[in-house]
Design a protein around this ligand. Sequence first.
Ligand code: HEC
Length: 344
Amino acid sequence: MSQRELAEYTHTPLGTIKTRVRMGLEKKEAKAMKKHLAAFLFIVLPLVGCGRQPERDVALLPACTAATAISLVQTPAAPPTPAASPTPAASQPPTPTPGPAPQVDQVGFPAGYQEEFKLLFVVDRPDNKQVRVICGNDVAAGAEPGRPLPYGSVFVMEIWRPRLDPAGALALDEHGRLIREQLVNLFVMRKGEGFGEAYQQQRTGEWEYVAYKPDGSYSTPPERSNSCATCHVRESSATVDWLFRMDLFFNPDESATPRPPGTNEVIAFHYRFAPQTLTVQAGATVTWLNRDEVWYTVTSDNGAFDSGTLQPGESFSYTFATPGVFAYSSSMQPGMKGIVEVTE
Ligand code: HEC
């Protein structure tokens, strides 16, 4: 598989976003800027005794709405929202008692985020049929990579339902990306001094979570947001201030570029296994490498092998002694599937 095919395969929008990020900067200017930046970093900063990286210039980042230029073919008009008619309780599935959570909304519906927030990343989730557009306010988008985010940081993650073809499969645009069709939810997290204490065991630093519908009503109100904290506390860590995609936000060159798999190697990246079908001879050892920032597993459908949790950067190997077709998936993202074909 060539680098290009792989890039298309993994649907990495980085080139596009990066070009936009550098909006208005000609290559030459960018080079000159880099030189100045280097001089600043290596000469000026040590002189003033400050080794910290400068904050990036958020003014250069595209607005959140720039995401519409990437694969958003058509947005059907949002269906009219019925005037606050409360859903009858009887039609709701019984919900388990939510874990401890804040009782008041300190996050706040981010009105105007489309223009005011900066676009950070668009991630296709073929595994759970979603497209996620992640934007941050200026405080978040201008934060220093690898350091805790400043108070007042807000991230919005738009959850889109992608278009399906008549057979119910995911429709793809000419770049092989999912096509956003309907904006369903806005997942929002805000950091504030002393925030998050109410989550108790599931506390993720000083972040609080709320999910809104695009019209501003609640999808996951603060009182039920323990579910958000639970997953973030389990699968992220304090070293990245409980974010999942810190590398992508701040270091897109490295963390959005898929690496071509080597011989008998499968790369887990952006909710796909690449190559999706690998053919090897009996006796071969296959290695799966998690090149992403999120956790995966390599779990055979028939129980032949199971990697357990593969954290970012970890790998797992298995030797296929006998011919056959071995289907597997990631047990954390069951829609993420792959196949190893073992020949004589
Ligand atoms: C099952 C685990 C899980 C749950 C539950 C969950 N998240 Fe996340 N969240 C993720 C992952 C994984 C990402 C990174 C984006 C991706 O790869 O899909 C993420 C990313 C985010 C981001 C973007 C910033 C970042 O961390 O990269 C926000 C904002 C967010 N989640 C808010 C919420 C809110 C609000 C809720 C509850 C309504 C919630 N999340 C529930 C797993 C989860």
